[in-house]
Design a protein around this ligand. Structure first.
Ligand code: SF4
Length: 221
């Protein structure tokens, strides 16, 4: 809950910065409500569909909110939509998405429809570039709210960008891959992004070990 509140505060600061305000005195509100975002995925998706809070709204075709089981125990978080996701409005539908589906269904042995999949930013960064901190922090409260609503047991951060914005840790993905991070309400495991695996197939062995670890975590009480 605190992480969502902090993310919302950061989003407001970035919005003010985009309006040209360079200094904002921080007023501490200890009892402020954690969020004004709805506790309902469909209502949240409608807000995202209309969102124009960062520059990515100018180049998107469709917002990519996320999809899957709203009561999933397992959630995957990627960086942002690619070209096919931007066209369809669905996360992980290109070649990387096909590989993610195989990872879920062949290694964890559950159907893709039983997990929830989302991204750090809901609109495609031009040319698939990494989202800027302004874009990521502006969008992050939507993801925090999705995690709060779905309430998964395990969140898998796919790649360095997802890991960085979910944990605040800037360590490289090679260093932290496969580590279990206790996030309080859930366990987080970073692993390589499927796009990286398409370029570096030899890393699939390490990811397979991570997927087995995720499977074990899901079985624990
Ligand atoms: S990336 Fe997120 S914050 Fe930016 S316009 Fe899209 S939905 Fe809004």
């Amino acid at each position: 809950m605190n992480r969502l509140y902090n993310a919302l505060q950061l989003k407001r600061l970035y919005q003010l910065k985009q309006l040209g305000i360079r200094y904002v005195p921080l007023v501490e509100k200890r009892n402020a409500p954690a969020t004004t975002l709805p506790n309902d995925l469909e209502a949240l998706e409608r807000i995202v569909a209309e969102c124009r809070l960062c520059a990515l709204c100018k180049t998107r075709t469709k917002t990519v909110f996320g999809e899957g089981d709203p009561n999933a125990s397992l959630m995957f978080v990627g960086e942002g939509p690619g070209a096919q996701e931007d066209m369809t409005g669905r996360p992980f539908v290109g070649r990387a998405g096909e590989l993610l589906t195989k990872m879920i269904e062949n290694a964890i042995e559950i159907p893709r429809s039983s997990v929830y999949i989302a991204n750090i930013v809901k609109c495609r960064p031009p040319n698939n570039r990494v989202p800027t901190p302004e874009e990521a922090y502006t969008c992050l409260p939507f993801l925090m709210k999705q995690i709060e609503i779905v309430s998964p047991k395990v969140v898998v951060a796919l790649g360095a960008t997802a890991y960085h914005y979910l944990t605040g840790d800037k360590s490289g993905i090679t260093k932290v891959r496969g580590e279990v991070v206790d996030m309080g309400a859930y366990k987080l495991i970073p692993t390589y992004h499927p796009s990286y695996l398409l370029r570096n197939p030899s890393a699939k062995k390490e990811v397979y070990q991570d997927l087995l670890k995720i499977k074990r975590l899901l079985c624990e009480n």
